[in-house]
Design a protein around this ligand. Structure first.
Ligand code: NAD
Length: 484
């Protein structure tokens, strides 16, 4: 187990560590025992962070050449790579994911995102725009756009993949020349606090990056309301996203909202069934099912329905539930007691509404916030098929035709991602075009890469992160027209 006694747990503002006027205690999800006491930022601390970030934006960070900004992002990536094991351990300790997955997937994703946007920092260009001439008359103009940074932006982050999701916000924001205030989730701040120490070590000008641990309703709300913040990039629940959107109206902040999901995984009878079952199981159980893109609605062609049920049952029963630091563990605890109880309640509701509990359905004995990986056989009308559970619970739903599969996939409030399992290339393209989602994986669950735009439609949110979309979303085009 990693020693956290030397880790800063205060507020990181203007490159310095401060105590908060208030504190809160987090629990170790694997044991239920107290883990850390953290500063809880209040509205005054948000004010202080906005002042520091504004000063950096107008001062040293703003003045730094784009290629130097890119070099600092690369330096931060190097430090994260150096400390990958430590960052992975902190994150797993805090939120429960098996440590090997943190080290092999989540922290490397942050490194990749930092490097990808480091490369963009000196390649952000406006356009030269041909036009009809001054007021449409014969006098020509020279017109162009400048892509300018927005100013101070806030990144409000969830607990399920803190460093990975933070990277999607922090890296493009900095590459574009903005300064950033980070609000980690109550239940998982430790890896982000360590990242703040690395920001200092990398040599970013003070105030470029600020971190405010704290309670969402206090620190998060103060960020959304603050007139000095130009954009909020938020990942979290749909209800919180709606509150942030409303509060952001106070000064017309830009918002990017990455919200919940209820992703369909459509398995056709022509699919490579072994690969489909393996990938579908990953979509259900990876990260304890605490994934916005979790493929929790398994929509299986009736000809392969029984085989899919059997395969997923086997995959669920093969999961090794336990200590995130035991190398044999494949599924750790859920993040907290409330989440565990919520997931158990959904399992009960599913059975109550007539779903067949193929496997799982309860919590193992003992301490910690564990639940069993669960497969339900049901239909798309059940609560468990309509609402986001955010735990390792999947519902398998049969279909007979392509049209029915599309209708089932789209009959949900969410539209973050979807997976299509088929060996027919025409069907792959046709279904991908018709399913309502921000991202579709064909023959692979939820592919994520720094180059690929990510975000949802419908109740899954607005805006895109990653790829070139990330650059567009952290800059404002300014049109300059010179009458010649
Ligand atoms: P949450 O909405 O409760 O919290 C997310 C963040 O918002 C936390 O930092 C929290 O402190 C803060 N917050 C809470 N209330 C706030 C308020 N009133 N104003 C401003 N900030 C506030 O969500 P969560 O429990 O941390 O995460 C789970 C949810 O996040 C799930 O619904 C999941 O689908 C979603 N999620 C989505 C994605 C995605 O990419 N779309 C990724 C991860 C998680």
């Amino acid at each position: 187990m990693i020693d956290i006694s030397n880790l800063h747990t205060g507020l990181y503002i203007g490159g310095e560590w401060r105590d908060g006027r208030d504190t809160f205690t987090t629990l170790n999800p694997a044991t239920g025992q107290p883990l850390a006491e953290l500063a809880a930022a209040d509205a005054g601390d948000v004010d202080a962070a906005v002042s520091a970030a504004t000063a950096a934006f107008r001062g040293d960070w703003g003045a730094l050449a784009p290629s130097r900004k890119g070099a600092l992002l690369n330096k931060l990536a190097d430090l994260v790579e150096r400390d990958v094991e430590q960052l992975a351990a902190l994150e797993s300790l805090d939120m429960g994911r098996p440590v090997g997955m943190s080290a092999a997937m989540m922290i490397p994703n942050l490194i990749g995102t930092l490097r990808y946007y480091a490369g963009w920092a000196d390649k952000i260009n406006g356009e030269l725009i041909a036009n009809d001439g001054y007021m449409g008359g014969p006098v020509p103009t020279h017109a162009y756009t400048r892509r300018e940074p927005l100013g101070v932006v806030a990144a409000i982050v969830p607990w399920n993949a803190p460093l990975m999701i933070l990277g999607w916000k922090l890296a493009p924001a900095l590459a574009c020349g903005n300064t950033v205030i980070i609000k980690p989730a109550e239940d998982a701040s430790l890896s982000i606090l360590r990242l703040a120490e690395l920001v200092t070590e990398a040599g970013f000008p003070p105030g470029t990056v600020n971190v405010l641990p704290g309670v969402g309703k206090v620190a998060g709300e103060a960020l959304a309301l603050h007139p000095g913040i130009k954009k909020i990039s938020f990942t979290g629940s749909t209800a919180t996203g709606r509150a942030i959107l409303q509060n952001s109206a106070s000064n017309f902040k830009r918002t990017a909202l990455e919200l919940g999901g209820k992703a369909p995984q459509i398995i056709f009878d022509d699919a490579n069934l072994e690969a489909a079952i393996q990938g579908t199981a990953m979509g259900l159980f990876f990260n304890q099912g605490e994934v916005c893109a979790a493929g929790t609605r398994v929509i299986a062609h009736r000809k392969v329905y029984d085989a899919v049920i059997d395969g997923l049952k086997g995959a669920a029963q093969a999961q090794v539930i336990g200590d995130p630091f035991d190398p044999s563990t494949t599924m750790g605890p859920l993040v907290n007691e409330r989440q565990r109880d919520r997931v158990l309640e959904y399992m009960k509701t599913g059975a109550g509404e007539g779903a067949d509990v193929v496997t799982g359905g309860s919590a193992p004995e003992g301490p910690g916030f564990f639940v069993e990986p669960t497969v339900l056989a049901g239909n798309n009308e059940m609560t468990v098929a309509r609402e986001e559970i955010f735990g390792p619970v999947g519902v398998v739903i049969p279909f007979d035709s392509d049209d029915e599969a599309i209708a089932l996939a789209n009959d949900n409030q969410y539209g973050l991602s979807a997976t299509v399992w088929t060996s027919d290339v025409t069907r792959a393209h046709t279904i991908s075009a018709k399913v309502e989602a921000g991202a579709i994986g064909v023959n692979g669950w939820s592919p994520l890469a720094p180059q690929l735009p990510w975000g949802g439609v419908k109740a899954s949110g607005v805006g895109r992160e990653l790829g070139y979309e990330g650059i567009l979303s952290y800059t404002e085009p300014k049109t300059v027209t010179i009458v010649l």
